[in-house]
Design a protein around this ligand. Structure first.
Ligand SMILES: Cc1cc2nc3c(=O)[nH]c(=O)nc-3n(C[C@H](O)[C@H](O)[C@H](O)COP(=O)(O)O)c2cc1C
Ligand code: SF4
Ligand code: SF4
Length: 259
């Protein structure tokens, strides 16, 4: 449970911003009355750093300087310029760059501050994982009556058998990232921030729904990935793009109701 230390001056800012209504004022000092969602807002708003949240990483807390936030023009240009890349350079992603993707993922909003996402990156053992998935799908395809979903992969299995380089699931990406959680929206939000962190470092990703389904259904894949019984809710291929887009891709006009 959150504690308020002796630095508290009783300004009341944390009380006004607490979604759990867990803080009250007593004898001129804030005190937390009950367990809460541990969103950290009280710490973020407190001028004297009085709230203490057990079990969180305080090392990377930063002073906020709004002047350093990315400006909207640059942000929109990045969003419009990002592409689902299906051609990658034969080059591994540096670990420090991947680490920044996971920073973007873990700082993303989660419902009820759940923060229950596991990020799994397969890069060093990708060949092993590819074999597990493709061999698993091939075995499942022998028993289509038991595996109705395998129909979706039949054409890709045939193409891959003819030409091993024709790999619909993995393309030639050097890395593949999974997000494990039972909360789809949380996974999607984290994935989007991770994509922006990728693009900001010269990388690209491709969301891969076929791989989500395959990794969830191929026997042994979840154990190999260490999902601990929870579903894989998002998957992205990742790597350095081997393709250059000159313009943003056109989109339909937005369907917006201004009321
Ligand atoms: C899918 C989703 C649903 C949410 N629903 C609510 C909500 O109904 N009410 C609310 O006060 N906050 C809601 N939140 C905000 C979370 O509580 C918040 O993201 C979390 O406490 C972390 O705080 P932060 O976003 O300020 O970092 C939601 C967040 C997500 C991702
Ligand atoms: S914001 Fe900080 S100083 Fe102000 S009441 Fe809350 S804990 Fe105390
Ligand atoms: S962590 Fe969030 S919910 Fe908990 S006391 Fe602080 S502001 Fe309230």
């Amino acid at each position: 449970m959150i504690k308020i230390n002796d630095n508290c001056t009783g300004c009341g800012l944390c009380i006004d911003d607490c979604i759990s209504e867990a803080i009250s004022m007593k004898d001129g000092r804030a005190q937390v009355e009950r367990p809460c969602i541990e969103c950290g807002h009280c710490y973020a708003i407190c001028p004297v750093g009085a709230p203490e949240i057990p079990g969180v990483d305080m090392e990377d807390v930063e002073e906020i300087n709004p002047a350093e936030f990315v400006d909207v023009k640059a942000l929109l240009h990045t969003i419009k310029g990002r592409r689902s890349v299906r051609q990658y350079q034969n080059k591994s992603i540096e670990k420090d760059k991947l680490a920044l993707l996971f920073e973007a993922g873990r700082y993303t909003a989660t419902a009820v501050n759940y923060q229950d996402l596991r990020f799994i990156v397969v890069q060093e053992r990708l060949t092993e994982f590819k074999e597990l998935i493709w061999n698993g799908l091939a075995v499942m395809a022998e028993f289509p009556e038991k595996n109705p979903d395998i129909e979706r992969y039949a054409g890709h299995l045939k193409k891959k058998a003819k030409d091993p380089a024709d790999d619909y699931l993995f393309r030639n990406a050097p890395a593949i990232i999974f997000i494990v959680t039972d909360r789809l929206v949380d996974a999607g939000l984290a994935a989007q921030n991770m994509e922006l962190a990728a693009v900001a470092q010269g990388l690209s990703v491709m969301y891969n729904g076929y791989m989500v389904r395959a990794a969830n259904m191929v026997p042994g894949a979840a154990e190999w990935l260490q999902t601990e019984g929870r579903p894989i809710s998002a998957c992205m291929l990742a790597g350095y793009p081997d393709v250059t887009y000159l313009k943003t891709a056109p989109r339909k006009k937005a369907d917006i109701l201004w009321k």
